[in-house]
Write a protein that binds this ligand. Structure first.
Ligand SMILES: [Zn+2]
Length: 379
């Protein structure tokens, strides 16, 4: 999708970075879905309608396997609509982040902050009505804000622990602010409601299956999992494919050259410890024999399949791989896991491209790791 960069003025397709943020590929300026003036147009309403259809299809048919793509497309269309000012789309987008339907791209606290940002933009908007293009039904503005406020307050019942001291996310003060801003009575929620979130193992599985995506495939990623979770993932069939060995990861790692390896998390700071390849049924069985189900491991993958807009040849991708991961030294990867603030990351070529200004691919890869280790500051 094209959008206009507010800094350089170019029409660009945003880079989508590992922390869920968007950036201009031309000038690296951050592109946020920041809307303060809502308007419903035929265009943004149509995008929202299509997004809702996909979301509905996903919601009523989802069995945790074949449909990660549906929710992914729904999120993209919804984001476009919200970017164009549709308030219903912004409310839905907040909900997608709130309920963690946006994939493993961002950490728990980033996801929470983005959801809060969208919810609160709507709830605390100073607009009294929303302009609607002729021929479209009017927006029930007060009702929409009231529902959004309620979703936001429910989310604030389960603020991630690292954000609990932050006044901005305090349930009580947001509750008071909602009453003031909307001039209405809402009930103080007592729990965050039913847990509709996708399990972590399912989300990792979805990322791995998307390695075959012809448009946009992940480049590499690393996740802290238990051995038990990895086995669950390993045993799942690849959605929509009839294979001799139906197990998706077996298929991806043997015939499709997706590199998969692991290291026991307690060895992450050991300079000598190495990652172990999981490329055969045997290597998985050995791991199962040696480790218990609840042992925590970091699972790393590198993907040379699928579509990569910015690193469109295997040679370019291999430069990233050699820098972040090779047989003898995986120092950068270990450094990232020790110093970064999260236990799981999914990277696309967008992340490398973002760091590539005046740098070659290897230097850009190192810069990306420095950026993560410094909490996003240094490049
Ligand atoms: Zn720009």
């Amino acid at each position: 999708m094209e959008m206009k960069c507010t800094k350089c003025g170019k029409e660009v397709t945003p880079l989508e970075l590992y922390d869920g943020s968007w950036s201009c590929p031309a000038c690296r300026h951050s592109l946020v879905t920041r809307v303060d003036r809502f308007v419903v147009t035929h265009d943004n309403e149509e995008l929202f309608r299509q997004s809702e259809i996909l979301y509905g299809n996903w919601l009523f048919n989802h069995d945790g396997t074949a449909d990660a793509e549906l929710i992914d497309k729904a999120t993209r269309l919804c984001r476009q609509s919200a970017q164009l000012g549709n308030p219903k789309a912004l409310a839905r987008l907040a909900y997608f982040f709130d309920k963690d339907y946006v994939g493993t791209k961002c950490s728990e606290s980033t996801r929470f902050k983005i959801a809060y940002n969208y919810y609160s933009t709507l709830c605390y908007s100073s607009m009294t009505t929303v302009e609607t293009e002729p021929g479209l039904p009017p927006v029930q503005w007060d009702e929409l804000r009231k529902q959004t406020a309620y979703s936001m307050l429910r989310m604030l019942c389960a603020t991630p622990s690292e954000l609990r001291d932050n006044e901005q996310y305090d349930l009580r003060s947001n509750f008071d602010r909602v009453q003031n801003a909307l001039g209405i009575d809402v009930d103080m929620p007592t729990s965050s409601g039913v847990d509709e979130r996708i399990s972590f193992a399912d989300r990792v599985f979805n990322v791995l299956c998307s390695c075959m995506d012809k448009q946009r495939a992940p480049l590499f990623g690393v996740y802290k999992l238990t051995v038990g979770d990895l086995i669950k993932i390993y045993k799942k069939p690849f959605p929509g494919k009839e294979l001799k060995n139906p197990h998706a990861l077996y298929w991806l790692t043997t015939s499709k050259k997706v590199l998969l390896s692991y290291i026991r998390s307690k060895y992450i700071s050991d300079g000598e410890a190495m990652f172990t390849r999981l490329s055969t049924q045997n290597s998985v069985e050995t791991m199962v024999d040696e480790l218990t189900d609840d042992e925590e491991i970091y699972v790393f993958f590198f993907n040379n399949n699928g579509g990569h807009k910015y690193l469109n040849s295997q040679g370019k991708r291999d430069k990233v791989k050699r820098t972040i991961y090779d047989r003898t030294g995986t120092d950068l990867l270990k450094m990232m896991l020790q110093n970064g603030s999260h236990d799981f990351y999914t990277f696309y070529d967008d992340d490398i491209y973002f760091c590539m200004k005046q740098k070659n691919i290897a230097e850009a890869t190192k810069a990306l790791v420095r950026k993560i280790c410094s909490g996003g500051e240094e490049i």
